[in-house]
Design a protein around this ligand. Sequence first.
Ligand code: IMP
Length: 215
Amino acid sequence: MTTHRLLTGKVVIATHNQGKLREMRDLLAPYGIELVSAGELGLPEPVEDGYMFSENAAIKAIAATKASGLPALSDDSGVCIDALDGAPGLFSANWAGPGKDFAPAIARVQMELAKRGAHAPEQRKAHFVSALVIAWPDGHQELFEGRVYGTITERIRGAGGFGYDPIFLPDGHDKTFGEMTAEEKHGIPADGSPGLSHRARAFHALAAACLRKPG
Ligand code: IMP
């Protein structure tokens, strides 16, 4: 168990992705921590040249803690599609291009799956991964990971969430992440069990190790 906890004070959320920022703010809301994003602090986006989600998450958290002198929390995440040998995976953000427009990224996923003749749901299995890293200014780091398994739909369904949400149908559910409310996608159940999304699941482990609810 970690000796480092996030109990009070300011924490940097080391992301420039507005969708992630919104979800991380929701997930941290019950803990009474003051949050500031890397964007609000004007911190540059570091080059993410790791070979694993956890490495890229560490690169972002360490850069933000060094630049700000505050503990920093980052998420590196992506969708891994079995029929595409795990692509887009680490490159999930890159498939959207510099404009960060997910319509072409989703179109590319559909085209790559069609090229392989993957039309049936069992040929379109995928999972999301979230690696969360907290880095403290004294050099200490903690890593937590979460995954959610599902299927890539043939049609875009729903306008909620961000990124690949409108084409990801989590196993055991009949709504895509794009059709779900924020609470359904990443809310933390009252019974203390992990939530649904990859980020909610990674966050559940982080909360158990490093967070305490005030009062
Ligand atoms: P990065 O971790 O900032 O390199 O980018 C992660 C990319 O993965 C995002 O830009 C999205 O394309 C995708 N992604 C990660 N988490 C989610 C999610 O919860 N929903 C939809 N897309 C996601």
